[in-house]
Ligand binder design. Structure first.
Ligand code: CA
Length: 265
């Protein structure tokens, strides 16, 4: 694979330049070989060359690109086509990338679509505002299209229903850190002792990317086929989690008659 494409075209707002080959990003080789990851990607970029090049790389990897040259078209196409992911430039005519992101997040039918922002190098403000508005990732320009494709695949794999949960992963939410492999939780750097059920409920919430988890879903994730456990048990464990980590009193939102979710942000 890598022999076929010895280098990458690197894009800036105004020019392309050739960069020497870099060692593969971790996991890239297997991602490239992976089959079955496909989908529709809305590419929002006003510069035609960059847009076309991204479209070319996406097609080559089995994705279907939809193109939008400005913010207004992007919002219309996002609503109409309901893409699997949006690749979103910030500096755009008509409506900028942050406005597009806001429009997507506030529209119920497409609000959960993963969004990857393309930001000008070093522009911290755009990046922070983008993440606060709910962007899933950002890629600073100039970028290599292959890296963009690798990031898209990683995000799609995480966001797909039924996606494997990261077994050995480190999970994080604000100042909360979970090392799944070591079975450790820290809040503001201080270790917190949890029972294994509490740990696994917290893990389920941290892996749910803001989705609501029903009590039944939590039961089957944590207790598996043990039918003696009733849904109310989940509530009891959530109470304990909130006692041990008071930050979770607000961070875990109770969704009436359904279950629980982690607050966005
Ligand atoms: Ca632009």
């Amino acid at each position: 694979m890598s022999g076929k494409f010895p280098g990458g075209l690197t894009l800036t707002e105004s020019r392309w330049c050739f960069v020497p080959p870099k060692p593969p990003i971790m996991g890239l080789a297997s991602e490239t070989m992976e089959s079955g990851l496909s989908g529709t990607i809305l590419v929002v970029e006003d510069e035609k060359e960059i847009r076309d090049l991204l479209a070319h790389y996406l097609r080559k990897e089995g994705f279907t690109p939809i193109l939008a040259p400005d913010g207004e078209t992007a919002i219309l196409k996002a609503r109409k086509e309901k893409p699997d992911l949006v690749l979103l430039d910030i500096l755009l005519p008509k409506a900028d990338g942050l406005e597009v992101l806001r429009a997507i997040r506030s529209d119920e039918s497409i609000g959960r679509t993963p969004v990857v922002m393309l930001t000008a190098k070093g522009d911290e403000t755009d990046r922070i505002v983008g993440l606060e508005l709910g962007a899933d990732d950002y890629i600073p320009k100039p970028f290599s299209p292959r890296e963009v494709v690798a990031r898209i695949k990683a995000i799609l794999r995480r966001s797909r229903p039924g996606a494997r949960e990261p077994e050995q992963a480190a999970l994080a939410y604000r100042e909360l850190r979970m090392d799944v492999g070591r079975h450790e939780v820290r809040y503001q750097g201080k270790p917190v002792t949890l029972t294994s059920k509490e740990f696994r409920i917290l893990q389920a919430l941290l892996s749910s990317s803001g989705r609501v988890l029903s009590r039944e879903a939590i039961l089957s994730k944590v207790w598996g086929e043990d039918t003696h456990v009733i849904a109310r048990t989940v509530d009891v464990h959530i109470v304990k989690l909130r006692q041990k980590i008071p930050f979770l009193v607000k961070a875990i939102e109770t969704v009436k008659d359904v279950g629980y979710k982690l607050r966005e942000g």
